[in-house]
Ligand binder design. Structure first.
Ligand SMILES: CN(C)C(=N)NCCC[C@H](N)C(=O)O
Length: 281
């Protein structure tokens, strides 16, 4: 028996393909979420160094990382998870809520359209990609979870269901500090999640509890540390260094946390997951 045989099947790592974009032009010059303070200094060089450690960490874990070319004038482009939602090679494109980020959508679209393995579906409804969509291939036959309330329109959930041919469960976000689904809920493996209940309406809390009775529960302090803005390959969970308390909860649940410092990018209102789109092809 090998060490791998001792890991429950659901918690075995699976090699993934990711899309990232270096924060070469990262600054906080507008405020479109409660974390952004245009008066606080930002060290762009430090942001690039921290991002590169994250990119290298994903490569060292055995994953494939594609990178987009960063564009001047698009300081939030580092948050590449917002550019689309890809399931089984179908890339449902993003349509950003705020004009400051609108031009990022074209860069993501060009990436998908340049690669034969993806079929791009242009959105008509406002949606911020994996910021508000998550996918679990082995839960309930393969379902997407989708947030609304701050950024993505509920109509985009129906559009995504039509584009991807998967059920999409709409969940209402109610706390502006957790303005995207991916700062309130995360996919840990192909069938289970972690989430902070207080970020959701009472009705949505009931929906999540019914679908995921074994979910790992985060508290407010975990959520404020952006602990849920993590990326898991099913076993290795890449999470920011501020989230040690939640990392301990993940270890207790059988996962393997890998800590990465992304403090500079938190000034833009994002962390690990925001920087990484998963390309499920
Ligand atoms: C998962 N992702 C991508 C996020 N949660 N995104 C962070 C976006 C931050 C940006 N300043 C904004 O407010 O749009």
């Amino acid at each position: 028996m090998t060490e791998r045989d001792l890991i429950p099947t659901a918690r075995r790592p699976r090699p993934r393909t990711y899309l990232m974009c270096a924060p070469e032009h990262f600054v906080v010059e507008y405020a479109i979420n409660p974390w952004m303070d245009t008066t606080a200094p930002v060290d762009t060089d430090l942001a690039v160094k921290q991002w590169d450690v994250l990119r290298q960490t994903m490569v060292d874990l055995g994953h494939t990382v594609h990178v987009l070319t960063p564009q001047a004038g698009l300081p939030d482009m580092v948050f590449a998870a917002n550019g689309g939602f890809v399931v089984d090679g179908v890339a449902y494109g993003a349509k950003f809520r705020y004009p400051q980020r609108a031009d990022e959508a074209a860069a993501h679209r060009a990436f998908y359209e340049s690669r034969a393995e993806y079929a791009f579906v242009a959105p008509t409804q406002i949606n911020e990609g994996e910021g508000d969509f998550a996918y679990l291939p082995d839960a309930h036959g393969g379902i997407a979870l989708a947030g609304y309330g701050f950024r993505t329109e509920p109509a985009a959930h129906a559009e995504a269901a039509e584009a991807l041919g998967r059920p999409v469960i709409s969940l209402k976000l109610v706390d502006p500090r957790f303005y995207h689904l991916d700062v309130a809920l995360t996919v840990l493996d192909d069938e289970n999640i972690a989430y902070y209940p207080g970020a959701f309406s009472e009705a949505s809390q009931k929906v999540i509890a019914q679908l995921f009775p074994n979910a790992v529960i985060a508290d407010e302090a975990d959520a404020l540390a952006f602990a849920l803005n993590l990326v898991s390959d099913g076993r290795n969970v890449v999470i920011n260094t501020e989230s040690t308390a939640f990392a301990d909860k993940l270890t207790a649940a059988g996962y393997h946390p890998v800590l990465v410092d992304l403090a500079e990018l938190k000034k833009g209102g994002g962390s690990v997951k925001c920087c990484i789109a998963e390309l499920r092809d």
